[in-house]
Ligand binder design. Sequence first.
Ligand SMILES: [Zn+2]
Length: 359
Amino acid sequence: MNQFSLPGCLIIEEGACERLNEILADCIPEIEKKKIIIVTEEALIPIMKPYLDEMKRDLPKSELYLVEENSFQEAMELAKHICMEDIEVIIGVGGGKVLDVAKYAGFVGKIPYICVPTTLSNDSLSSPVSVLGTEGDARKTLKCAIPAAIVVDVNVVMGAPLSQLQSGIGDTISKYTALYDWKLDAAYRGERVDDFSYLISDMALSSLCYNEEKSLKSKEFIKILTQSLVLGGLAMEIAGNSRPCSGSEHLFCHSLEENYKEIKISHGMAVALGSLVSCRLQGRDDHLLRSVLVAYGIDLDPMNWGITKEIFTDAWLKAADTRKDRHTVLNEVTLTKEQLGGIYEQLRAGSECSGVFKE
Ligand SMILES: [Zn+2]
C-alpha cells in the first residue's frame, strides 16, 4: 500500500483568519518562537492586510514574501531562501499561484507548509502536487508533500470571483469521468484501483452533486466545495498518483494548454467541458454533470471560451498523446473529426437552455 500523510489540521469555518494565530499555535507547537515565511501576492494585500498584520505582530520572527509568478524558478529561489535563512515554517495565503509556489518551496526546503486559501479554483489546495511554469509557457506537474495544515476562512473565500468558484466546481465534477477512466486503466493493466482512494474521490463528487444549496455565494456552499476539493487532494495523496481525480477530461485540458496556449480558460472549466465529452465517449449519460454545471450558472458553450470546432476537434485528437502512460477511454475508442464535430455541435446546442452567471 502507498505510504501517505494527512494534514494535521483542517479548519473550515467562518472567521478562521480572525483567529489564525490561535489556530497556527495549535498546529505547530511554539510557533511564535520559529522563523516563519508568509507567502502571498501583491494583489491580495489590500484584502488580507488585517490578518497579515496580526500574524506579523504575534509571530515576531516572521517575514513576508510576495510571489510574482507561479514558476519553478520562483519556487526554487524561495526554497533557497528558506534553506539559507533556516526558516522553519511556510504559510501560503492566496490562490493557486501563491499556494503552488509555497507548497513546492516548503517541500524542497523540507519544512511544514500551512495552506490558507483565499479562493477555491481547483483541488490543488490539498493535493500532493504543484503545477509550476517551466521554460517558455510550458507547465509541469511536480510531486511534493501535502500541507501540514489547511485553514479555510469561509468569509474570505466568499469574496473570491464567481468564475474561480465555478472553476472549483468544474474540477470536482470531473471526478465522474476520471474515476471511470481509472477503472478502465486498472482493468487494462490487470490491477485493482485503490478502493479507499476511490471512495474518497467519489465522496468528493457526490457531496457536491447531491447538495441542495445552489447559491455559489452562500456559506453553506463554500463549506461543501471546500470539503470536496480537500477530499480530492487527499484521494490523490492516498492513491500515490492523480488517477482518482484525473482522466481523459484532464488530458483534453492538457492538450488545450499545450497546443492552444492562446485559449484563456481556467483548469476547472476546461476539465468540466472535457468531462461532458468524456462521459459520452465512455457511453454514459451526462445528465448529472450537466445539471450540476447548469445549476451553478457555468457556461458550457465551448465557443464562448474561444474554442472553435477546429480547436476542439484537434485538441481531442491530440489529448491521449499528452500523457502516453495513461490508459483512458481515449485508448478504447476511435475518435474521428466527424464524431467530435457532432459532439461539439451538441454541446453548443445543449448550452442554449442554461442560464450563465457572470460577475
Ligand atoms: Zn484538476
